[in-house]
Design a protein around this ligand. Structure first.
Ligand code: CU
Length: 96
């Protein structure tokens, strides 16, 4: 049992763990990336139904909607979702 065998015994599972972790992170990243547009669509759909909002609430919704889109494009998906959630709260959309 030389150093090469040792590497196969201990090295490979570690390598596949790292590969799995990388895949999981990548998946999580793209899951966030697809989540924001889904939330934006919910907001747009709600806005299309002429929601009963005051002018001030409407301004807030549009502000957070724009903020969410900008943050999403900047790759800041969690911040984007936070901003979009504020708009959804005003619109009375159940947040997931
Ligand atoms: Cu995003």
């Amino acid at each position: 049992m030389g150093p090469a065998t040792f590497d196969i015994v201990l090295g490979e599972p570690m390598k596949s763990r790292i590969a799995m972790l990388a895949a999981a992170l990548l998946f999580a990243g793209s899951a966030w990336a697809f989540h924001c547009p889904a939330e934006m669509k919910k907001i747009d759909d709600a806005l299309a139904k002429n929601p009963q909002l005051s002018a001030a609430q409407m301004d807030e919704v549009k502000k957070y909607r724009a903020e969410g889109e900008a943050l999403h494009k900047a790759g800041k998906h969690q911040e984007s979702l936070d901003a979009l959630a504020k708009a959804e709260k005003i619109l009375g959309i159940p947040t997931s």
